[in-house]
Ligand binder design. Sequence first.
Ligand SMILES: NC(=O)C1=CN([C@@H]2O[C@H](COP(=O)(O)OP(=O)(O)OC[C@H]3O[C@@H](n4cnc5c(N)ncnc54)[C@H](O)[C@@H]3O)[C@@H](O)[C@H]2O)C=CC1
Ligand SMILES: O=C(O)C1=N[C@H](C(=O)O)C[C@H](O)C1
Length: 269
Amino acid sequence: MSDLPGIVITGASGRMGQMLMKTVLASDKARLVGAVERPGHDWIGRDAGAAMGGAAVGVTVTDDPLEAFAQAQAVIDFTAPAATTHFAELAAQARAVHVIGTTGLGPADLDRLEWAAHHAVIVRAGNMSLGVNLLVQLTKKVAAALDADWDIEVVEAHHRMKVDAPSGTALMLGAAAAEGRGTTLDHARVSGRDGITGARARGSIGFSAIRGGDIVGEHDVIFATEGERITLRHIATDRAIFARGALKAALWGQDKRPGQYDMLDVLGL
Ligand SMILES: NC(=O)C1=CN([C@@H]2O[C@H](COP(=O)(O)OP(=O)(O)OC[C@H]3O[C@@H](n4cnc5c(N)ncnc54)[C@H](O)[C@@H]3O)[C@@H](O)[C@H]2O)C=CC1
Ligand SMILES: O=C(O)C1=N[C@H](C(=O)O)C[C@H](O)C1
């Protein structure tokens, strides 16, 4: 039996779930030991590879996360907030590293993750790609260099199936801009303008979301002032960038102390 870290993928049939399983199966640094879907899903009981339309891989899709997590060194989870908070408690029980890509988590969800992080490693980021995490740091720097005469707007575009807005990435970028400016996003955030909104509040950070077709993920951070404008942009064309980052996080977390980490920790940025 291999001593490579064993990985469980939750939300196995999803857009990211399938990409994650393919990434782990192709890796020589980890092995796929489990695939979890929600109860009642038609993949339950099927071989994960065959369910994806390929060769059998010897991993049966299950709706019993605790049994799957008990055999794993890491759980990679791109699902939905209610599932992720439940999985955090189970991963903590199993002492497995929990890599969370799920977005749209609210304050109560984040409190539950805080509890779980007392017992196990959690790595969470609204975007696991190298490019976006670099853009986060660039955004912080640019915001720190410019005063509030420069208006900051974050514009994001995603596929028609995305259920949360603004995207997790947009919120990361907005938080970085706020930090660079010496404020918080709670204080500066303005989302979804509509109707007679009045003039823009000085120092605010605005968010706009586009949803359509199969857009993987596009983010602009716009710094606009009288007579000039700077745009920092990231365009994702392949979900493999998120899966590669998530697997890197799962391996990185193996020798870390319990607590919450993000991709800036993993990438050393
Ligand atoms: N942090 C990052 O780098 C990225 C984050 N995401 C986020 O990942 C999440 C998933 O995105 P997609 O894969 O596009 O969605 P999706 O809808 O294609 O997949 C979600 C999967 O989770 C499963 N699921 C839901 N509840 C479950 C439960 N209780 N137990 C087991 N499985 C459950 C669903 O059945 C579905 O297969 C979203 O929150 C999205 O914003 C997506 C891409 C990159
Ligand atoms: O739902 C998606 O697809 C994506 N979600 C993440 C987000 O909310 O930022 C990351 C990426 O942009 C794709």
